[in-house]
Design a protein around this ligand. Structure first.
Ligand code: ADP
Length: 391
C-alpha cells in the first residue's frame, strides 16, 4: 500500500486535490473528519475532555462546544498539550483501525493539515503539498468560503510557511492557476508517479531509471530530499541502522551530478542487512533490495563489500548503499564527500572529469567505470585531508 501524505495551508486547494485523487481511485482518509469523529457524543475522548476542561466547554445538548474549547486552549500551550494528549492517541487509534480495512493494493492518501508542523513526513512514502500564493489563498477563502479576511489571515499566519512546506514536499502542486490546471496536474501525478510507485511497491521492484546519462546542474533541494528519504529509512529500520547519511555528488553543494540521491546506511554487520526483516522493512518503505550488487571496487585495491537497494518511486532515483560502519568503503564515502565539500579545487577537478566523460557519450555503467582511475589517483589526497564538514 502506497501511503501518501497530502497537505497544504488553508485555502491552498488541498481538499480539491483530495477529491480529485479519490475520483482517480485513491482511498482518502480525512484527518479533520477523524478528529471530529473522536469527540462525537459517546466517544471516550469526550469524557476525558469533560474531566480535564469541565462543563463550560460543552453545550446544553451535551455536545462539545468547539469555539468555547478553542478559546480555552488558544494561547495556553499547557492546555493545548493536554487536549492533544487526549485527542491525538484517539485519532491515531481510529486511523490505524480504519487502515486495516484498506486493501493492500490501494493508494492511501492521508489528507492531513499538520504534516509539516508536526514533522510527520517520514510516515509516508511521499508527501504532496498543495501551494498557492498567499494573496490567492486569501481571496479564495473570502470569496468561496465566505470567511472574514482578517480571520483568514490569522489562520494562515498560525500555520507553517512556504519554506518549511517546500522542504517537506516530495511533490509540490502549484495552485495559482485554474481548477482545471490543478486537476490536470493531479491526473498526471496519479498516472506518472503514484500508480506506478504503488505497482512497484506491490511487486517489490525498483522503478525504471533513465537510460541515458545526463548531468544536472547542482539542485538546491537535493540535501532536503536526502533528509526526507533518510528519515523514512531511519524510521523503517529503527536500530538496525546505525547511521543514515547523504553521500555522493548530490551531497556536495555546487557540484554537477547525475540526479541521483545516494544514501549510505551504516550497519554493525552486513549480516544485519541480509536479515529478512531488514530487507522487508526496506522494501515496504519503497527501497527494494537489488541482488547481485554486493561490492565496490575498493580504492585501496581490495574489494569493498556492501548491499544495495534501489527505489520503487519512478519520480526519484535513489541509491542506498548499506555498509558496515568503520569499514574502508563506508569511511571512504564520507571522507570523499567531506574532501569535496571542503576543497573547491578538488570539486573543479571532479566536475571537469565528469563533463569530459559526458562529452564522450558513455553509457552510465561505462561512465562509472571510467571514473575509477581518477578515484584511485586521488585516494591519497582524500585520506590526507582531515577536515570535517557539517552534515
Ligand atoms: P484547502 O482544503 O486547502 O483549505 P480547498 O480545496 O477547500 O482548500 O480550496 C479553497 C477554496 O478555493 C475552495 O472553495 C475551492 O473550491 C477553491 N479553489 C481551489 N482551487 C481553486 C482554483 N484553482 N481556482 C479557484 N478556486 C479554487
Amino acid at each position: 500500500m502506497l501511503r501518501v501524505g497530502l497537505t497544504g495551508g488553508i485555502g491552498s486547494g488541498k481538499s480539491t486535490v483530495a477529491a480529485c485523487l479519490a475520483d482517480l481511485g485513491a482511498v482518502v482518509f480525512d484527518a479533520d473528519a477523524v478528529a471530529r469523529e473522536v469527540v462525537e457524543p459517546g466517544m471516550p475522548a469526550l469524557a476525558e475532555i469533560r474531566t480535564r476542561f469541565g462543563d463550560s466547554v460543552f453545550g446544553a445538548d451535551g455536545a462539545l462546544d468547539r469555539p468555547a474549547l478553542g478559546r480555552v486552549v488558544f494561547g495556553d500551550p499547557g492546555a493545548l498539550a493536554d487536549l492533544e494528549g487526549i485527542t491525538h492517541p484517539a485519532i491515531w487509534r481510529l486511523t490505524a483501525e480504519r487502515m486495516t480495512s484498506v486493501s493492500d493494493d490501494a493508494v492511501l492518501v492521508h489528507d492531513m493539515p499538520l504534516i509539516v508542523e508536526k514533522a510527520m513526513g517520514d510516515q509516508y512514502h511521499l508527501v504532496v503539498v498543495v501551494g498557492a500564493d498567499e494573496g490567492v489563498r486569501l481571496d479564495r477563502l473570502v470569496r468561496e468560503r465566505g470567511m472574514d479576511r482578517a480571520d483568514a489571515q490569522v489562520r494562515i499566519d498560525a500555520q507553517a510557511g512556504d519554506a518549511a512546506r517546500r522542504a517537506a514536499a516530495d511533490v509540490w502542486l502549484d495552485n495559482d492557476g485554474t481548477r482545471e490546471q490543478l486537476e490536470a496536474e493531479v491526473r498526471r501525478l496519479w498516472a506518472e508517479r503514484l500508480e506506478p510507485f504503488n505497482e512497484n511497491l506491490r511487486h517489490g521492484i525498483r522503478a525504471a531509471r533513465p537510460e541515458h546519462l545526463t548531468l544536472s546542474e547542482p539542485q538546491e533541494e537535493w540535501p532536503a530530499e536526502a533528509a526526507r528519504l533518510g528519515a523514512r529509512i531511519r524510521r523503517a529500520l529503527g536500530e538496525r541502522a546505525v547511521s543514515v547519511e547523504h553521500i555522493g555528488s548530490t551531497s556536495v553543494p555546487g557540484l554537477v551530478a547525475k540526479d541521483v540521491i545516494d544514501l549510505q546506511v551504516g550497519v554493525v554487520s552486513l549480516a544485519d542487512a541480509d536479515a529478512p526483516e531488514f530487507v522487508e522493512a526496506m522494501a515496504r518503505q519503497g527501497f527494494p533490495r537489488v541482488e547481485g550488487n554486493v561490492s565496490d571496487h575498493g580504492k585501496d585495491g581490495s574489494v569493498w563489500a556492501k548491499r544495495f537497494h534501489g527505489s520503487a518511486d519512478p519520480g526519484r532515483v535513489t541509491h542506498v548503499h548499506v555498509r558496515e560502519v568503520g569499514s574502508p568503503g563506508h569511511d571512504w564515502s564520507l571522507r570523499f564527500r567531506d574532501w569535496l565539500r571542503s576543497d573547491a579545487a578538488a570539486r573543479g577537478e571532479y566536475a571537469a572529469l565528469k563533463l569530459g566523460l559526458l562529452a564522450q557519450g558513455l553509457t552510465t555503467s561505462d561512465y562509472t567505470a571510467a571514473k575509477e582511475p581518477w578515484f584511485d589517483s586521488v585516494h591519497a589526497r582524500v585520506l590526507a585531508h582531515d577536515g570535517h564538514s557539517p552534515g
